[in-house]
Design a protein around this ligand. Structure first.
Ligand SMILES: NC(=O)C1=CN([C@@H]2O[C@H](COP(=O)(O)OP(=O)(O)OC[C@H]3O[C@@H](n4cnc5c(N)ncnc54)[C@H](OP(=O)(O)O)[C@@H]3O)[C@@H](O)[C@H]2O)C=CC1
Ligand SMILES: CC(=O)[C@@H](O)[C@H](O)COP(=O)(O)O
Ligand SMILES: [Mn+2]
Length: 390
């Protein structure tokens, strides 16, 4: 029996993970559920899964969580605050952690799970963008076991399951849907709204990653994520726009072979791989009917309309704390865009400005990375408050 802690349980990945868990009561059990502040949704999930522990990051929500659990007759123990969440990530009562908190807020619990040597189903790509060298080192030193959940990286993992499979590998190609604004020029992006940006054409996801898909920053974050997960330099990581989102990524070999993983755009496949690997289990996702789908199209990304992808490559090549700066600036800009405070095109502009202005100190400690993160956020918030309409 795999005993699972789901971090980000109330989100898009968290609920997909719980759906897969519920299909396998003989081999999977959700023992810990963690959310940010959404107590009602968390208590509902606890009613279905009856975990031993439930936690919220927001300390002031503790009493509501405790009382909500009691009110529905559960003896699930309530916790609140980041320290409690990190302790649950390391707790010996679980062997598997689904890391699906959104943003840099997921780094601390992801590191705690890695230090505890868990199987880490890693969806939280921002922790690799912010602190990839440190996280991968921690995984290696503590014998943790990462299964990438991001669909592209899960696809590459399935194509390259071990070091033998990497023999003769030349490069990988990450596929990108192109997002809701694929085909638009830069000028046509000026007035797009948050509602339009979160309407992803193929995937049902939380608001932050949906905006990242719309700017192509998601693909930029994924290039950095792939660099860390698969130990590849940026020139060996390509991006191919594929609007159907059925080919989840490709790997190329010196003999002319290309391997790819295909499937319907539903994250339960990647999560089932993460829970069961090297076995395969039912995920609830139907098999792919290529005749019904009809066609697979590919095109190059438009870096003029979507400069975030170029900025992410530049940050990866710059090294040091640059990717931490990129991530922090992007999180602040996306949050302001979602609140209607800045325009869509201000997202790349703020990220580019932050990359130019912030010091790219060596990323030689967690403190250095967190300092870069904090300083960038402060600078970007100030720039936003100058730009935002009152
Ligand atoms: N959705 C997808 O298909 C994919 C997602 N990912 C990655 O997975 C991660 C999650 O994405 P997604 O599920 O879409 O996001 P959602 O916005 O749907 O869910 C975010 C989850 O994180 C929780 N959360 C937010 N802030 C905190 C915090 N400070 N501490 C603890 N929990 C917090 C939220 O809790 P609450 O509800 O209480 O706010 C919620 O459970 C992201 O890093 C994303 O890039 C990667 C590939 C695909
Ligand atoms: C499901 C998943 O992995 C997302 O990261 C997805 O890739 C987003 O789609 P884009 O290709 O539009 O960024
Ligand atoms: Mn992805």
């Amino acid at each position: 029996m795999r005993r699972v802690a789901v971090f980000g349980a109330t989100g898009s990945i968290g609920t997909s993970a719980l759906d897969v868990i519920a299909r396998h009561p003989d081999r999977l059990r959700a023992d810990v559920l963690v959310a940010g502040r959404n107590v009602d949704a968390l208590v509902d999930l606890c009613r279905s899964h009856r975990p031993a522990h439930a936690a919220v990051a927001e300390e002031s929500a503790y009493a509501a969580l405790r009382d909500g659990l009691r009110a529905v007759g559960l003896d699930t123990r309530a916790h609140a605050g980041m320290a409690a969440i990190d302790a649950l990530a390391a707790d010996a009562g679980t062997d598997t952690v689904v890391a699906a908190i959104v943003g840099a807020a997921g780094l601390s619990s992801t590191l705690a799970a890695a230090r505890a040597g868990k199987r880490l189903l890693l969806a939280n790509k921002e922790s690799l963008v912010l602190a990839g060298d440190l996280l991968m080192r921690t995984v290696r030193e503590h014998g943790a076991d990462i299964v990438p959940i991001d669909s592209e990286h899960n696809a590459i993992f399935q194509c390259l399951p071990d070091s033998h499979a990497r023999a003769g590998l030349t490069r990988i190609q990450l596929t990108a849907s192109g997002g809701p604004f694929r085909g638009r020029s830069r000028a046509e992006l000026a007035g797009v709204t948050p509602a339009q940006a979160v309407a992803h054409p193929k995937w049902s996801m939380g608001p932050k990653i949906s905006v990242d898909s719309a700017t192509l920053m998601n693909k930029g974050l994924e290039v950095i994520e792939a660099h860390h997960l698969f130990d590849l330099s940026s020139d060996r990581i390509g991006v191919l726009v594929h609007p159907q989102s059925l080919v989840h990524s490709l790997v190329e070999f010196v003999d002319g072979s290309t391997l790819a993983q295909l499937g319907l755009p539903d994250m339960r496949t990647a999560l089932a791989v993460g829970f069961a690997w090297p076995e395969r289990i039912v995920s609830g996702v139907a098999g792919l009917d290529l005749l019904a789908q009809g066609r697979l199209d590919f095109e190059a990304p438009d870096l003029d309309a979507f400069p975030c992808l170029r900025l992410a490559y530049a940050a990866l090549d710059a090294g040091g704390c640059a990717t931490a700066v990129l991530n922090a600036a992007n999180e602040e800009a996306v949050s302001a865009f979602l609140q209607g405070r800045i325009a869509f095109l201000s997202i790349p502009a703020l990220v580019e400005d932050a990359l130019q202005r912030m010091s790219h100190a060596a990323a030689d400690s967690l403190d250095a990375l967190l300092d870069a993160d904090a300083a960038t956020r402060a600078a970007v918030r100030e720039a936003i408050s100058r730009e935002a309409t009152p």
